[in-house]
Design a binder for this molecule. Sequence first.
Ligand SMILES: *Cc1c(COP(=O)(O)O)cnc(C)c1O
Length: 365
Amino acid sequence: MNAAPLTYRVTRNEKARTAAERDAILANPGFGLHFTDHMVEITWDKAQGWHDAQVRAYGPLSLDPAASVLHYGQEIFEGIKAYRHADGSIWTFRPDANGARLQRSAARLALPQLPVNEFVESLRQLVAIDGDWVPSAPETSLYFRPFMIATEAFLGVRAAQKAGYYVIASPAGAYFAKGVAPVSIWLSEDYARAAKGGTGAAKCGGNYAASLLPQQEAQAQGCSQVLFLDPVEGKYLEELGGMNVFLVYKDGRIVTPELSGSILEGITRDSILQIARDRGHAVEERKVSVDEWKQGVISGDIVEVFACGTAAVITPIGQLKGKDFAVGDLNAPAGEVTMGIRKELTDIQYGRLPDRHGWLVKLRD
Ligand SMILES: *Cc1c(COP(=O)(O)O)cnc(C)c1O
């Protein structure tokens, strides 16, 4: 429909924070707490396709109470970061992969496809105006949250004919401010986050809604995250609520659950598979049973386990707990392979190592 690139209308926020206010936030941003002064908004409808692209003041959306997102959960999102390099320039990591994934998520949720070049352009537009919000302290970044919702006011059950695409951005502090610390994971035996043929492979809010109760259960058990098993046999590892999982074997093999149709295809996961191969590891994408994890940790065949995703990059997993067992040692330090891969990936993202796979895209000088 709209083959020509979108032209943006830019309206500056009259109430933008002062440099001093912004610096106070950037000194201690936390995660997902503060938002930049502007946002991107692009409108879609069936007749016109994507149109009315704007950068405008960050602020509330005006939605009809009958908007289908509020009733039927037709929503998808992405998560991607901007990194400031030592020379002050601002870069992002594999945005084409996120743009392509947003398209796959859109297809599954019967939402319209945003062209990948428009996805990348939307990040560029926001950084053009809010670039000063990209922090520069080590391991900090600006986290973009692009998302799409069905906005048509219609209670009939069918794919909406009106949608909105938005990008907001939030400065993110170092995830592990006190050094990378292994976490404890709760094995969810009563709940799944996804179903066979369901939306597990799409990045949609509904999957997260389904993961919140098991997440509460994990916290009640003293664990920080949940591990979900495959929804058919309840035997094989899938992923955490928002991160993929890897096992490191004594012989150097690195194993991650294969894309089953109900696992979210993480871009961090894919990048780690590449870096592990580059570092000489044999990598396997296959079914991994929870028994293999338990037995492997007990026998010493599995020496490290970690989770990965854009927000935390790589989080070492010290312990797996279930209703009647616990394996691993939460007090053991993070593993060498885990930390080596983590360092290599973040060194590439922050421009401290050559970008040998062409993963970085410059957003602003
Ligand atoms: C976003 C997400 C991940 C991680 O994907 P990345 O592209 O590495 O950030 C893993 N699992 C789920 C359910 C997710 O939503």
